[in-house]
Design a protein around this ligand. Structure first.
Ligand code: ADP
Ligand code: MG
Length: 294
């Protein structure tokens, strides 16, 4: 009967670093035809590093303040900024940060010493009426066209610095996506809060079907719902950093990598080591298990 076979499937999964929460999950997973991925930390390793720096302040104050504020954030981009300043012995201990607040889909707002600081993307700068000069716009575009993410640092209404931050695409993603297609996936999608140029540069290297960028977490959910309304069974794969709503909304939520505790709790499938191999294994297993029960 179905339960026995499903249990066998689950046991087999656990041995391969996959946790599948129940037999019903196996059945639903086997019917998934649309795989939606978060970019940072999922398609990429999330090991971010600063590769470009434009310092318009010329006195490193912009960098010091950026590091002091980003130290309060656990976003992968923030970690890259802090590592960079540490590696270059740029001391920021004396900068006093107060009122650091995350602005969803945009960045961080804080007070540092006597400055009102904004650190984030172009959307944040536009919202706060901080204008970029022609040169700054050009710098921003150049960095993004290389496939790097960008972090803009502004205080007192002026852009002080732009960081270019790169991430590494997980090994074998392209081949893995192709393999998932051969197992029954019809459509692969990337949803990201990052800028469109960077998203496209990653997409081109891995051959994903659709890309939607510059999204807020709730806009990611809207895409998941849209595919469902079109009649697709959708799995969302993410590392859970502000992606819990999508993990919950999807027919199957898949937490990848070490994942956050929240992701592990809100997902149906947990891939314990951060591999696409586990994902392929789990999907293939669900197909086999369901076939056995028919
Ligand atoms: P994602 O993880 O898909 O990039 P987020 O909602 O976490 O989506 O962030 C959206 C965007 O907001 C980021 O791509 C970045 O441009 C900006 N952002 C968020 N947090 C920070 C931060 N701590 N420092 C700089 N930029 C940030
Ligand atoms: Mg994220």
């Amino acid at each position: 009967g179905a339960p026995v076979s499903n249990v066998a499937g689950i046991g087999n999964g656990a041995k391969n670093g996959v946790l599948i929460k129940g037999g019903e999950v196996m059945n639903t997973f086997a019917n998934v035809d649309t795989l939606v991925f978060d970019k940072t930390g999922t398609l990429t390793e999330g090991k971010t590093a600063v590769t470009t720096i434009k310092d318009y302040s010329n006195d490193q104050l912009g960098l010091q303040i950026a590091a002091a504020v980003e130290k309060q954030s656990d976003h992968p981009l923030a970690q890259a900024v802090v590592s960079f300043t540490n590696a270059h012995q740029i001391d920021f201990d004396s900068v006093k940060v107060t009122d650091a607040n995350t602005v969803k889909g945009r960045g961080v707002k804080a007070n540092a010493d006597t400055h009102q600081v904004l650190i984030g993307n172009l959307r944040m700068m536009n919202d706060e009426q901080v204008d970029l000069t022609t040169i700054q716009h050009r710098d921003l575009e150049n960095i993004q066209n290389q496939g790097s993410s960008t972090v803009i640092v502004a205080f007192d209404g002026q852009v002080q610095a732009i960081f270019g931050i790169s991430d590494v695409i997980r090994q074998g993603v392209k081949e893995s996506l192709a393999q998932l297609k051969s197992l029954g996936i019809k459509k692969t999608v990337m949803l990201t809060g990052d800028n469109l140029q960077t998203a496209n540069a990653v997409a081109k290297q891995i051959g994903i079907d659709e890309v939607h960028a510059e999204l807020l977490p709730e806009q990611k959910v809207d895409y998941v719902k849209k595919y469902q309304q079109e009649g697709h069974k959708v799995a969302f794969v993410g590392d859970g950093i502000n992606d819990s709503p999508s993990l919950v909304t999807a027919d199957i939520g898949i937490a990848m990598g070490s994942g956050t505790d929240v992701a592990v709790e809100t997902s149906d499938v947990v891939l314990m080591s951060s591999g696409f191999n586990e994902l392929i294994h789990a999907y293939g297993l669900s197909k086999k298990t369901v076939m056995n029960t028919k």
